[in-house]
Write a protein that binds this ligand. Sequence first.
Ligand SMILES: NC(=O)c1ccc[n+]([C@@H]2O[C@H](COP(=O)([O-])OP(=O)(O)OC[C@H]3O[C@@H](n4cnc5c(N)ncnc54)[C@H](O)[C@@H]3O)[C@@H](O)[C@H]2O)c1
Length: 312
Amino acid sequence: MSKILITGGAGYIGSMLCTKLLEEGHTVTSVDLLKYDKGSLNHLYHNKNFKLICDDIRKVNLMKKLIRKHEIIIPLAALVGAPLCEKFKKDAISTNLGSIKTLCKYATKKNRVIYLTTNSGYGIGEKNKYCDENSPLKPISLYGKTKCDGEDLVRSKIKNHVCFRLATVFGHSYRMRSDLLVNNFVYTAIKKKKLILFEPHFRRNFIHVRDVVSAIIFTMKNFNVMKNDVFNLGLSTANISKIMLAKKIKKQYKNLQIKIITNRKDPDKRDYFVSNKKIEKKGFKAKISLDRGIAELIQIFTNDKNKVINNY
Ligand SMILES: NC(=O)c1ccc[n+]([C@@H]2O[C@H](COP(=O)([O-])OP(=O)(O)OC[C@H]3O[C@@H](n4cnc5c(N)ncnc54)[C@H](O)[C@@H]3O)[C@@H](O)[C@H]2O)c1
């Protein structure tokens, strides 16, 4: 069993990951400021193998000590999303990139680092492009840039690492987000009964949050065959356009009205197919379908009246 340090453990991916790693018997320490959902780790405090340090990952001395005490490090804490990073530019750079510089400075060959970035820099301005890990990443937002620069640092400075370029994540988490595309479409469908789409044929790739967690656990178990490489991580059957996604939701939520407007551009210029073959060849394949995720989200947004606290 491993000693694992997860920054941003209270977040959308982190709270699901901490839960699963503890179930598997690992010891987990998380550093998180609990910026959004204060209760997303409440179900874990009973576990003697879990510790939350409610503090800032930008504190170099704190992180230096923790990096030395832990074998596996999964740095998830970040200001996530383009609008949030635009609003808090300095914090975006110090959090998303500064913390990775600290990690690169103090990690030794004893550490194994698993780093997640976004694949949103692929396919910018190249309609219907098929992207693999050799396609250039050309992020347009500050968020995308800080994450891509973080990946470059990890790949060049950390002796033992695996990097993932993630598709847009969907599904339920202890820290819910309704700003991610699938979650947002289902949320809007339930709350407004109407979806307004612009640039409806833009394609994206998606993955369920539980599949992200499974991929990380797969990587920990197969580190030697994965190490020092970068992998796209998405569900291969979910390379679909916004209109196809809206129609999938309508199949399960008949009340939905879909309206297409032509006078608005999508600021997120992604329009691409993403190949996940490289990780699939290593033996990991994302499995949870969009239809299952949509069914799950319909239940949540219909029945849970708690307000979702988004990042912006
Ligand atoms: N969700 C996605 O679709 C997606 C896609 C690609 C990559 N990622 C990456 O995965 C990681 C996790 O994303 P998420 O969706 O779980 O985001 P999230 O916003 O839900 O979680 C981020 C967590 O970091 C914490 N945090 C922020 N600044 C901090 C600081 N200075 N000190 C301590 N804690 C701090 C927040 O409190 C929050 O709990 C991020 O690095 C993100 O870039 C996510």
